[in-house]
Design a protein around this ligand. Structure first.
Ligand code: ATP
Ligand code: MG
Length: 386
């Protein structure tokens, strides 16, 4: 029955002077999310975006896709009708008959919104007119303006749209409305969730993955690629950079103490990420760290790791328990991929007893044995866009 979805934006960001560009951005994102559907057109009509399809059986799937785009507050499955009075009444009756078949409706209400003031009947009068027609045709139902089983919403703009339900969306701000950041994306549970949370606040993200090929497998790469694709359902198109950390690990192993490996390697990761972020005009990094979860995520470790760079690091999961993170991972659909067994980081180089209380001066002394710029250059030379 439904051949068009009316998409309403969140209110917050709509007030400013950027409204037009946000609307355009959201329209583009909706088009991108629906690129593999045939017969779909996306257009604006006074304050809402409409997704019209020639194949109404695609509607549920279309709504499921669009619902994931940040910055949308709700979506109404609708039918589009001609704009003359009789056409609207006919379509409304047709929709009402369809609804009656699907659910038990005893009471209803009609609500008209007349944006097009050229439409000849005022909203209140039109409510009464259409309501009367419904009562005439469907003898079992009554009007209830306070608590109806169904509200028929007739929105008269350039075209006329008739709907009954609002499907709540994920909220957030449109991606791209709030700057750009680089997500350090591993194959684990946490970092995809971290990326999701920051993208939800309107940040456009690219991802960076560190591998240690041949010690980490091709399958680990594929897993990260799959996570990126899952994230794209929410964040829009993302670039996934990957680099090989092998040279760094070899140097650390040769010149430094084993228990310092994790901290040293993570300082390198931060430096490399910062470089790639700057190059791509991104202002912050994002990681999936949560305070106290593992040795490198103690307060002291975080301080020492981040001392290597000046760029701020967003850690949206910092105060969450693992069970809370897992819950979100399941909701957004990354969990099943994240728990696949292929490891993203190389166990060959992982220390048996990592430091939990690293001291910056010790770490710096160890680093003085390494040629940092040279190692960074070697890692950056392995860069690929996956
Ligand atoms: P995750 O579940 O995200 O893998 P984790 O619990 O394994 O996190 P760590 O290994 O300490 O924790 O990593 C902390 C953060 O550092 C990750 O959330 C991620 O943002 C980043 N990170 C770790 N390993 C990699 C990697 N191989 N590639 C890219 N980023 C990484
Ligand atoms: Mg991990």
């Amino acid at each position: 029955m439904y051949n068009i979805a009316a998409v309403s934006f969140g209110e917050l960001f709509l007030k400013g002077k950027n409204r037009g560009s946000f609307e355009q951005r959201l329209t583009d994102q909706i088009k991108y999310a629906l690129k593999d559907f045939n017969g779909v057109t996306v257009y604006k009509d006074s304050g809402k975006v409409y997704v019209e399809t020639k194949n109404h059986e695609d509607m549920d799937q279309i709504i499921e896709r669009v619902r994931k785009i940040f910055g949308i507050s709700n979506i109404s499955p609708s039918v589009k009708s001609g704009k003359d009075v009789d056409a609207i009444i006919d379509k409304t009756l047709e929709l009402f008959a369809y609804l009656l078949e699907k659910k038990d409706i005893k009471t209803f209400k009609v609500k008209t919104n007349r944006t097009d003031k050229n439409f000849p009947i005022k909203s209140m009068d039109f409510n009464a007119l259409v309501g009367g027609k419904i009562l005439e045709k469907f003898r079992s139902v009554k009007v209830d303006v306070h608590n109806p089983d169904v509200e028929i919403y007739i929105d008269i703009k350039k075209s006329c749209y008739i709907s009954t339900d609002r499907i709540k969306s994920l909220g957030g701000l449109p991606v791209g409305s709030n700057g750009r950041a680089l997500l350090l994306l591993s194959g684990g549970i946490d970092s995809p969730v971290a990326g999701y949370m920051i993208a939800k606040r309107g940040v456009e993200i690219d991802a960076l993955y560190f591998h240690t090929y041949p010690f980490t497998s091709e399958r680990a790469n594929e897993k990260v690629l799959k996570l990126k694709e899952k994230l794209e359902e929410y964040c829009g198109k993302m670039k996934l950079h990957s680099v090989n950390m092998l040279e760094v690990h070899k140097a650390i192993r040769e010149f430094c103490r084993e228990e310092e490996t994790t901290i040293l390697a993570r300082r390198f990761m931060m430096r490399i990420a910062e470089k790639i972020a700057v190059e791509n005009k991104m202002d912050m990094l994002i990681t999936g760290e949560s305070l106290g979860q593992v040795a490198s995520q103690t307060m002291k470790s975080m301080v020492v790791i981040e001392e290597a760079i000046t760029m701020p690091v967003l850690k949206p999961l910092v105060g969450l328990d693992k069970t809370e993170i897992i819950k979100i991972a399941k909701e957004i659909g990354t969990y099943e991929t994240s728990i696949l067994p292929y490891d993203d980081c190389c166990s060959v180089f992982a220390p048996a007893h990592p430091l939990i209380n690293p001291r910056l001066e010790n770490i710096k002394r160890s680093e003085s044995k390494l040629n940092i710029p040279d190692l960074i250059e070697k890692v950056l030379a392995t860069r690929e866009i996956m």
